[in-house]
Design a protein around this ligand. Structure first.
Ligand code: SF4
Ligand code: ZN
Ligand code: ZN
Length: 318
């Protein structure tokens, strides 16, 4: 959203401006940046009709700045939009640097402060393995791809068990631009056909998924979290160095330096103009969805990717 500034006054008050908002050129102070940021997220929620009165929204929390910022924004909006928040933390069992335990404690403290009960899912207890037990080499699959699959599966399962009608995640604009770049490189039209700030409900299979930070830059979320003094996990996951998406994220950041606003234009433009052209691919994909013979969760194959993964992890560990 902006470029850090000094020595000039805020557009809305006489306090020193801390940044210039990229889109409007407005100079703003701390208070007015926070206000602008929150209004912008609220507008995204309204624009894409993400939340309706009476919704029961499962919010996936990792403890990172994005999901923690979203937790605080949701709590502020709860009365205005009249919906229920169910915060959920997936304990992946990452013992290196005490990563999962530290993240879990931070999530619990944030929820306690906001008067919310957090649901904790320990994958070791529920499924018998943790991310530390996953051998990326033996599975011939990057650990973050395995981790992503597990997180998506757990979230889906919990939506059914908890009878929620929506799932919210803290994916930001930079994540979305990276997703686009990655899947354009891979020409994965199946995944590209799913792109967007909101996934509609597929009756009996998937509840609607929403991404309120779809149009919000990552560095603005960092600034918001810092200015609001939010407690979040600021250490990187020990497995993150393996993430090839980090390199793509750097490319997006470099692109933004050359052409400010490029990521926003790309994400909005793709959603508005290109995604509708992929509608038939999406429909074809949805028609193939059935239920896994083992766990009953949605899949396009006989056995879902999670059950196949679980089986392979069990085999590679013996
Ligand atoms: Fe999982 Fe990779 Fe994220 Fe770590 S960096 S939490 S392994 S997806
Ligand atoms: Zn001001
Ligand atoms: Zn399954």
């Amino acid at each position: 959203m902006g470029v850090r500034m000094s020595s000039k006054s805020c557009r809305f008050c006489s306090k020193p401006a801390i940044l210039r908002i990229r889109y409007s050129g407005l100079l703003v102070c701390k208070k007015h940046f926070i206000e602008y940021f929150e209004k912008r997220v609220f507008r995204t929620i309204q624009k894409y009709k993400m939340i309706r009165e009476g919704d029961k929204v499962l919010l996936g929390l990792s403890g990172g700045k994005d999901s923690i910022a979203l937790l605080h924004i949701f709590t502020n909006l709860q009365n205005t939009l009249k919906f229920e928040i169910l915060p959920l933390f997936i304990d992946l069992g990452i013992q290196l640097n005490n990563y999962s335990q530290v993240s879990s404690e931070i999530v619990k403290r944030n929820c306690k402060k906001l008067g919310l009960d957090v649901i904790i899912v320990k994958i070791k207890d529920e499924y018998g393995f943790s991310i530390d037990n996953v051998s990326a080499k033996k599975l011939r699959r990057p650990i973050c791809s395995v981790c992503g699959l597990i997180k998506r599966y757990v979230l889906n399962r919990k939506t059914l068990e908890l009878s929620v009608n929506k799932v919210a995640t803290g994916h930001n604009l930079n994540d979305e631009a990276t997703f686009l770049l990655q899947n354009i490189i891979n020409t994965d039209v199946d995944l590209l056909s799913k792109f967007g700030p909101i996934q509609p409900t597929l009756e009996g299979l998937f509840v609607s998924r929403i991404k309120p930070f779809f149009e919000t830059y990552e560095d603005d979320i960092s600034l918001y979290a810092t200015l609001k003094n939010l407690e979040y996990v600021d250490t990187t996951c020990p497995y993150a160095k393996d993430a090839s998406t980090l390199q793509l994220k750097t490319i997006i950041a470099n692109l933004e330096n050359i052409r400010p606003g490029a990521a926003l234009a790309m994400v909005k433009g793709f959603y508005k103009k290109i995604k509708p052209l992929l509608q038939s691919i999406r429909e074809e994909r949805e028609e193939k969805i059935t239920k896994c013979k083992i766990c009953g969760m949605p899949t396009s194959m006989e056995i879902c990717s999670f059950c196949r993964l679980r089986d392979r992890i069990a085999k590679t560990n013996f």
